[in-house]
Design a protein around this ligand. Structure first.
Ligand SMILES: Cc1cc2nc3c(=O)[nH]c(=O)nc-3n(C[C@H](O)[C@H](O)[C@H](O)COP(=O)(O)O)c2cc1C
Ligand code: SF4
Ligand code: SF4
Length: 288
């Protein structure tokens, strides 16, 4: 069936994944001359509803890499609530200049299990959520051009595939030798989550870290409470983190008064280690 709609579907706490997914979807929609729709699953409420697609949809679906995987707190939503029913998918992950490990393979695998046909995929570098230095300025123009390239080439591949199917011919195989899935680096089922370690190899526990609020600087706008993807910031007392914190840094990076910060020693140590070790430029990659 020919495609009728190109979708941008994403979680994006600090805005990196949103940029990449939208650029990819824009290029695909332009190539196919199709309208676009968008679904952001940042808010807890957005993740309570099922999302169902069909063979007429092309879905660019993106998440950030957390600990080398699809974020563990988002996995249940992606796995249990997003159904493909034969839709074409372009899975995308973004990562903070370290590595995407098994995250892209995991996202592709989960979507394929959910009835999507993964036509193409990408792993893109963005500024690390923990840092202003690591991956600073990413995605840059080169990354965004690659995202456009991914969208265009995925659209070409999908329309050739659909045309072949409608004419009753044999469906051309992709690089992986199969017609319905893209081959990407990493394992599915994925390995364990990446554990932050110090230079002597001892694990660093950042699970308990919570953002603090500079009461003198805070202008009580409430944005941190509105944006927290886990609904964990109390809107009436924004210095209170009442639930789980995934360290996504939405509250830190979007605060208009720069009043949110982490001071947990393990978190700050890990952030500094990452900034010192991963100074080289990691390149974004696409897979078709
Ligand atoms: C809890 C957490 C774990 C992360 N783990 C990794 C990682 O394993 N590798 C990496 O390169 N970047 C890692 N990052 C950085 C994010 O993948 C990166 O900042 C991403 O582009 C953020 O996307 P967003 O702006 O759409 O939320 C991590 C970020 C967070 C918050
Ligand atoms: S976003 Fe910043 S300024 Fe606004 S309420 Fe939260 S901490 Fe205060
Ligand atoms: S409190 Fe934690 S989970 Fe909520 S926005 Fe801030 S960093 Fe993200």
């Amino acid at each position: 069936m020919s495609k009728k709609t190109v979708w941008s579907v994403y979680f994006s706490a600090t805005g990196v994944t949103e940029k990449i997914v939208k650029r990819t979807a824009d290029a695909a929609a332009e190539k196919l001359g199709l309208p676009q729709r968008m679904f952001c699953f940042n808010s807890p409420a957005s993740r309570r509803e099922a999302l169902s697609f069909g063979a007429e949809d092309l879905v660019v679906l993106g998440v950030p890499v957390y600990a080398g995987r699809v974020p563990n707190l988002l996995l249940p939503y992606v796995r249990d609530f997003i159904k493909g029913n034969g839709a074409a998918a372009v899975p995308v992950v973004t990562y903070g200049n370290r590595d995407f490990d098994d995250a892209l393979a995991e996202l592709c695998g989960v979507l394929e299990k959910n009835g999507f046909q993964t036509a193409a995929a990408g792993a893109f570098v963005g500024e690390h959520a923990f840092s202003r230095v690591l991956g600073a300025g990413r995605p840059d123009e080169k990354d965004l051009c690659l995202a456009s390239d991914l969208g265009r080439r995925a659209a070409e591949k999908i329309s050739a595939h659909d045309a072949e199917k409608m004419s009753g011919g044999s469906v051309p195989a992709d690089d992986s030798g199969s017609s319905g899935s893209v081959r990407v680096p990493g394992r599915f089922p994925p390995g364990p989550y990446y554990t932050p370690r110090d230079r002597r190899g001892n694990p660093i526990n950042i699970l308990k870290a919570r953002p603090k609020t500079d009461a003198a600087g805070c202008i009580r706008c409430g944005l941190c409470a509105v944006l927290c993807p886990l609904g964990s910031v109390d809107i009436d007392r924004v210095s209170e983190v009442t639930g789980i914190c995934m360290k996504c840094n939405a509250c830190v990076k979007h605060c208009p008064a720069a009043a949110k910060y982490f001071d947990d020693p393990g978190y700050l140590y890990h952030k500094k280690e990452l900034e010192e070790i991963y100074t080289r430029r990691a390149e974004s990659r696409i897979f078709l």
